[in-house]
Design a protein around this ligand. Structure first.
Ligand code: PLP
Length: 407
């Protein structure tokens, strides 16, 4: 059967292929350290689970929700974002609203669908979350990449962003804390970014804050709109429960944006998926969001400890040039190009080929370590490690990884 060119242009993630191989090897009895996880391997809070259980008693939990989400939940989300980010929407001369969707990814797909026309440009900062370029292209718009590297701890240069802005730029996506780098931008960077955005009044900002709560080193994430609240008039904030409540499978995310964009998103969502899961929304409407930090405290301690293991292991093998300190989310990017193992793959000094996938395949076959090739994030000769694994297993995996990198 015919498939559309828009879908043909979309690439299947390499991660899926590697994951399938990791499962196959594990089934054959090989010790496999799976460091590909994009989710926390913990049960959500009991309070939240109990609320969901309670909602099973109500017919409403099994019926359609309002397309943009239950009003009490939307109100609660607005308040949570105001409190946690220290902002006050009522002080901005604009009306804001919330749209609840089936996960943060769905929220982003809706935003792009409601915002973009064919030929529009959207700036993305690489390494980026793989779905940004895929979704932008699906809208027949053009992703414009601004690169950063391990040498600048993956902080993109504001001059490069400035140069990337054109008359066609409809939006820029920023993602802090970041997947795949596991860092968040400093307050100073955000303030300078805000100043740059003030110079470009036609550029909208999509601020993907899905990892906002998951910082394990201070200072906590800061956003440009905290310094320049007037920028909220053209900002869309994205968040959800996938990461902060370890609930990727419940599919619940949301965005906050000026009312007219939310209206457009509501129309799109109404004609495509309808409202998000009623039961989860109703449970969340009764959930005390302040409990999130209590729930995440031991998880953050765990992530911090694993980030320290990365540091120690890289130091032991003199791989300091490849190392940087992660701060948030639960990832680390390994830059193969800065480690001796690269010589085994490059055919000459000038060889610019991206060997990420090949290296990850060898790493899996030889060392039993599954990680995500950087090709998926727009960063050649690199891979993403997930920091969520239990400490002793993680230590062993890191030992194997650095031995491989230094070989
Ligand atoms: N944004 C980023 C940067 C992510 O890493 C993810 C998930 O991995 C999402 C958004 C979407 O999360 P979900 O659709 O599970 O809410």
């Amino acid at each position: 059967m015919h498939t559309s060119s828009r879908v043909k242009d979309m690439q299947e993630s390499i991660t899926l292929k590697l994951n399938a191989r990791a499962v196959e090897l594990a089934e054959k009895g090989k010790t496999v350290f799976n460091l590909t996880a994009g989710q926390l391997p913990f049960r959500p809070m009991n309070e939240f689970v109990d609320l969901m259980r309670n909602e099973l008693n109500f017919l409403k939990s099994f019926q359609y929700s309002p397309v943009v989400g239950f009003p009490d939940l939307r109100q609660k989300i607005l308040k949570y974002v105001e409190t946690s980010r220290g902002i006050d929407f009522s002080k901005v001369n604009e009306s804001f609203d919330v749209v609840v969707s089936n996960g943060g990814k769905h929220a982003i797909a809706n935003i792009l669908g409601a915002m973009l026309d064919p030929g529009d440009e959207v700036i993305i900062l690489s390494p980026y979350w793989i779905s940004y370029p895929a979704l932008i292209k699906f809208c027949r718009a053009v992703p414009i990449e601004v690169k950063s590297s391990v040498f600048d701890v993956f902080v993109p240069s504001l001059d490069d962003i400035k140069r990337a802005i054109s008359a066609k730029t409809k939006a820029i996506i920023i993602n802090s804390p970041n997947n795949p780098t596991g860092t968040h931008y400093s307050k100073e960077w955000m303030i300078e970014f805000g100043k740059l955005m003030l110079e470009h009044p036609d550029v909208n900002i999509i601020s993907d804050e899905i990892y906002f709560e998951l910082y394990y080193f201070d200072p906590k994430p800061f956003y440009f709109y905290q310094e320049f609240p007037e920028l909220l008039k053209r900002t869309v904030i994205v968040d959800g429960i996938s990461k902060t409540l370890a609930s990727t499978g419940l599919r619940l995310g949301y965005c906050i944006a000026p009312k007219n964009l939310c209206k457009a998103i509501g129309i799109l969502q109404g004609q495509t998926t309808s409202g998000a899961n009623s039961l989860v929304q109703r449970a969340l409407a009764n959930f005390d969001f302040e409990k999130i930090s209590e729930y995440l405290a031991p998880i953050k301690t765990h992530l911090r400890a694993n980030s320290e293991i990365v540091r120690e292991k890289f130091r032991e093998k003199n791989l300091a040039q490849t190392w940087y300190q992660t701060l948030s989310a639960f990832y680390y990017i390994v830059d193969f190009s800065q480690s001796p193992v690269m010589n085994k793959f490059r055919t000459s000094k000038d060889d610019q080929t991206d060997y990420s996938e090949k290296i990850c395949e060898v790493l899996l076959e030889e060392q039993g370590i599954a990680i995500v090739p950087g090709t998926d994030f727009g960063l050649a000769n690199s891979a993403r490690i997930s920091l969520v694994l239990e400490k002793e297993a993680f230590k062993e995996a890191m030992e194997r990884l650095v031995t491989f990198l230094a070989s």
